[in-house]
Design a protein around this ligand. Sequence first.
Ligand code: PEP
Ligand code: MN
Length: 395
Amino acid sequence: MSAALDRALDRPAAQQPQWPDPEAVREVRTILEGVAPVVNAEEVDRLRSHLAAVATGTAFLLQGGDCAETFAGTTEHAIAGTVDTLHRMASLLTSTTGLPVVTIGRLAGQYAKPRSSPIDTLGLPTYRGDIVNDRETTAEARAPDPHRMLRAYVNATAAMTVVRALRATRTVGRGTEAELFTSHEALLLDYERSMVRVRGGRQPYDLSAHFLWIGERTRQLDGAHLAFAELLANPIGVKIGPTTTPEQAVEYVERLDPHDEPGRLTLISRMGSTEVRRVLPPIVEKVTASGHAVVWQCDPMHGNTVQSPGGYKTRHFDRVLDEIRGFVEVHRALGTHPGGLHVELTGADVTECLGGPQHLSPTDLPHRYTTACDPRLNRTQAIELASLAGEMLFS
Ligand code: PEP
Ligand code: MN
């Protein structure tokens, strides 16, 4: 197993930090290889069977949470807010669609971020998420520190404890899956490889989370991220952006679903509201013709990011909604199941995305713009989105 991991991770890996001290990285990895993992294999297997139902059209997948969790933001209150928002959205979706909803949080480990540039506008190394460096704008804060991987593990475990406690006390809406699963982008390979465990069965599990996805910037077919994901028993997502070709999509499917397991792979389209109707159909057609049953999930956030006049990274609610509309139209036309949504949201009343029921305008953005990375839907916007998406999905 260790040799197979080494081989996979010897491939070129995009978006990795330049750690200053390789010996410290090895020490941290050794510690993490011995800790109790954040989640357990039985839970991962349960999610796999739920995702098989999504892939075959008898359930719906809702995934959401922060773009980037922070260590300071891992509070009981914040987690409860996100979890409660997701459950309200799930209740709305299940009542409009009549389908059970499988819910996955982007939480308890979403600490690593890919960046478009290694240097920010101040000339400092970019913030790569709390697992790598600190958001503060000093050279010291931005230096990658491998010990942060230990803090990420501790914070993820603490968040998981909160999630489990909430589950024990919560009643959730009819038909929704009470269990909240966790996910993050499998980006930082030194961390992810240290959380791999053998638990019997065919393949090892990455027990840092139940569901892991590969991002738009690390989905190279010859790269380490894909080779790493191939080795795992976890259900895997791959983001597919506007430049993805049908041929690439089929390669993802064949590489990541070699045993034809419905729901093993989730293809997460994030094309932008103006591109989805053009780019997605040939991909869906070619993947469907390959015979593999994937989960088709829409991320209506990442293809619709713009700069506000005041310089804030933002997204307009109407464009987010229009990408979902396009996604549903494409699947309706092709007879495939528009199986899920993947959104950046928070339970707090932030002012990061424009529009929505509160009609947030560019001048509102500075009031409560607190995200560590991309703009999130606030609670009101997220619940409205679930209500409108539910109508589109099953009208
Ligand atoms: C994200 O999900 O936060 C992200 C970086 O997305 P993408 O890889 O699709 O750009
Ligand atoms: Mn993001």
